[in-house]
Design a protein around this ligand. Structure first.
Ligand SMILES: [Zn+2]
Length: 206
């Protein structure tokens, strides 16, 4: 896992993915106490604040004059952007999701973010081992799940959303951290001023 997370273009200032990698290594070596100490160092409140800040920026964008000015006539904006008629939602098989994550080296493709994401089953395994430190419940509710899920969880993002005509073809799928996925939702990336970066290059092998 660590090899895939080290790239020349990721947000290398962010220490949490490295910390989680080390915690997984500790678990695999049978050093559960060391893993627990590493996980306990994660500042959940800082992650909550980050999510709240991102949601505030989204609300401000939806209310901005620039956004409202290009609203299509007769179509109302809701919390997910413009209500529209597009493609029916289709399931992305796990194998296809993994192919997208591997192509993108598990890094959020939005240029402003470049967060190193964590494969959700890895987070769930850590939750099973340390439920008091990384709470998880299957219905994904903020503040009941640890905010790691809502921030670092790897997701497959439909760059053009279903209501806007997007499909689940690989060329429309990118890796996004769960926070970026939640914020963009069914908006156009342009609405938020977001740019998709090129697929990054792996430089590490350890
Ligand atoms: Zn992101």
């Amino acid at each position: 896992m660590c090899r895939l997370l080290k790239t020349s273009m990721s947000n290398d200032q962010d220490v949490i993915p490295d910390l989680l990698c080390r915690a997984v290594d500790c678990v695999l070596r049978g050093e559960r106490g060391a893993a627990r100490s590493l996980i306990a160092a994660i500042d959940q409140l800082a992650l909550v604040a980050s999510r709240k800040s991102a949601l505030r920026r989204r609300r401000a964008t939806l209310a901005s004059a620039a956004f409202l000015a290009h609203r299509p006539r007769g179509i109302r904006a809701d919390s997910n952007g413009w209500a529209a008629h597009g493609q029916p939602r289709t399931h992305v098989p796990r194998s296809a999701m993994l192919a997208i994550f591997e192509r993108d080296h598990f890094i959020c493709r939005y240029q402003h973010c470049r967060r190193r994401t964590i494969y959700v089953p890895v987070l769930r395994a850590l939750s099973a081992l340390f439920p008091e430190l990384i709470p998880y419940q299957k219905n994904w509710r903020p503040f009941e799940d640890h905010m790691l899920y809502w921030t670092y969880g790897a997701s497959v993002e439909h760059f053009v959303s279903f209501p806007h005509g997007g499909t689940s073809d690989p060329e429309n799928l990118i890796t996004a951290c769960y926070q970026c996925n939640e914020i963009k939702n069914m908006l156009w990336a342009d609405d938020l001023g977001w740019v998709v970066s090129d697929v990054c290059v792996t430089i590490g092998t350890d």
